[in-house]
Design a protein around this ligand. Structure first.
Ligand code: SAH
Length: 225
């Protein structure tokens, strides 16, 4: 998978992209991430990329020109499966959408800033808009990283035990069962005996039941689907 990220703050990606999961995927050549600084695509001498809003509303908007220039330059190089704008009013991101996006080969992610982007960019270039939740952040960089991280960890081969990502919450419409590691006894609280029994079938049944009970208790909305 190749992900091209358009941003006015490429430095926000530096540390997260050094993280284990991204590095593993990149080292295995299952992923490449390319950052494109919007400031390199403006014709304005001083690198200006924002402008005032028509109608006199408060705040600034990313200018059309650098965004359009950057998208067009990338589209000349290759075909993109989706040109995604990270947007508070986009399609809510869930595991289903993550899994769908993770199957794509070429994705472009556009990070807005300030008050966002000009509506005409959305109309002309964007094929999918994704929101990470009903709250507003200062920029699309963290949302883009969240989407990228969630996609990368479900690409087969990135996480060493392939079944690990598939037994996480939301993959089968439930939250994950409780998990334990050593010590067996922590200040009087013991690990459920079944997990130490070596009985694989009993362990599977216990996990299935815990998963359902926990989902009913914490996220009954998931069971409706
Ligand atoms: N004026 C816009 C908010 C702009 S916030 C509005 O009211 O909807 C600036 C940028 O941050 C947006 O362009 C978007 O790219 C990003 N952003 C903010 N919150 C987000 C969210 N919940 N999901 C995805 N992207 C978000």
């Amino acid at each position: 998978m190749r992900i091209d990220i358009i941003t006015c703050c490429p430095q926000l990606f530096e540390s997260p992209l050094k993280h284990f999961t991204f590095q593993r995927a990149i080292a295995q050549q299952l992923l490449s991430i390319h950052l494109h600084n919007l400031r390199a695509y403006t014709s304005c001498k001083h690198g200006k990329i924002d402008d005032q809003l028509y109608g006199g509303a408060a705040g600034m908007l990313l200018m059309i020109e650098p965004v359009a220039n950057c998208i067009r330059a990338l589209q000349k190089e290759r075909q993109y499966d989706e040109v995604i704008y990270m947007a508070p009013d986009g399609e809510p991101l869930d595991q289903n959408l993550v899994n769908k996006c993770s199957l794509k080969q070429h994705l472009m992610l556009l990070c807005g800033h300030y008050k966002g982007i000009d509506e005409r960019i959305r109309e002309h270039f964007i094929t999918l808009e994704i929101s990470i939740g009903d709250y507003v952040l200062s920029g699309g960089e963290l949302p883009a990283l969240i989407l990228a991280d969630a996609m990368v960890r479900v690409i087969p081969g990135v996480i060493s035990d392939a079944s690990s990502a598939l037994t996480d919450s939301f993959q089968d419409g439930c939250v994950a069962p409780p998990a334990y590691t050593r010590p067996y006894n922590f200040e009087g609280k013991k690990v459920p005996d079944v997990l130490c029994s070596g009985n694989h079938k009993a362990i599977q049944e216990w996990m299935q039941q815990e998963k359902i009970d926990r989902t009913k208790k914490r996220r009954p909305d998931l069971l409706k689907h």
